[in-house]
Design a protein around this ligand. Sequence first.
Ligand code: GLC
Length: 464
Amino acid sequence: MASSDPRFAVKGASPAQHQAIETLVSQFLLTDERLAVIIKEFRRRMEEGLAADGKVLKMIPSYVTQRPRGDETGSYFALDLGGTNLRVLKVTLDGHGGIKTEHQKFALTEEAKSRTLFDFIAQCVENFLDDRNLRPTGQQPPINIGFTFSYPVQQTSINSGTLVQWTKGLNVPGCVGRDVVRLLQDALLRLGLRVKVAALVNDTVGTLLSAAYKDPSSQMGIIFGTGTNAAYYENVNNLIKWKGPNPSSGEMVLNIEWGAFDSDDFGFLPFTPHDIKLDRKSLNPRKQAYEKMISGMYLGEIARNILLWLADQRLFLDGRSSEILNAMWSIDTSYLSSAAVDDSSELIEVQQIIEKTLNVPNSSLVDRQVFKVVSTLVGERSARLSAVGVVATLLKRAELLDNPINVGIDGSMFEHYPGFESIMAETVSHFLTPEQFKNINFSLAKDGSGVGAAIIAMLVSENQ
Ligand code: GLC
């Protein structure tokens, strides 16, 4: 297979190197037949999660039951907590689908990441409001704020929910099992800030709502970034586990938490020894199996495991390594994207990465080709597997594909990884009819997670 696909041909490689590349190609290139089996299982897991709590796909009710009309106006606030940064935003809606944002980014300090997260967040809100003279006085009503929290939370209302587990490298003790809104609200109170957390929002739900403000046909919001996950509008009749009142709209946004797919039995995803090694050494072993094959946080590390496996057989860099290459996480996923698009005859970009960034001198052209092939394989598998969740979710509401729909997507993999979007979309097309596929518009919902939280805070306050 490798020899017939020019992308995986390594000129000048030894028979043993060819053989190793063949092995990798057979592990990482997934046929449509293989994907079809995974899609079927994904659908089954979705149904299971709609019927009961505690399943692999959590299908979490977001309590968001409305759609923005697009003609709303006014300014609203939001907080967006990612794995490395916190953004505080003021979002102004112009009433014609247009959005203006003013925002400030704060890097999470090591102390915040390990201990004082919620006090740190409250402090950032205070700075943002004070810098702009927006802090409400005792006579003014409190500011309603939407809180985007990009971790799995079992929501108990629009503004309460308990943290199920940390993902993506954050690991602040004392938070799992507690209501994250309470934790934040208490920290805001300690600073005497008149700010009310009006909505707790997963980033995928925020992404969907921001897309829906601009385009009412939006049905699904996806993140392909540091982590991966999606949210979509589901008919409440299908949400068998739902015990609350039926919303008048008849629908609710669900947070799938799809990163967890296949984490219970590792039975369907194409695990290689390189994935298993990553999983074992990760902060959350046996969790987020799907996310670990797709998202930006992990792809560099999978590639590093492969390269060391090759080096240990003297098939890469003649068995040499460096302190940097030996260290976990030393290959950033962005190096893979640079390598995958390096078309220079000497693979200059790849040479820089191996020799300067990873500090292993004297790479041969064969080594550089091997690095590029590994990058391409890991990236392509990610994009092909991404299509699994997209297809399963779209087919879950296949009736909607009779009309044009928009899918809002954000995240570094989608925005920056070369070829990711086209491979994902092409793969999706193999599992739908041409008519269905023509109706889907994949659009970038840049920074939609924060904007969407502000929109949800607005919808909540309109209803009060
Ligand atoms: C992780 C989180 C999830 C989030 C996703 C994208 O999978 O568990 O809540 O939506 O990352 O940021």
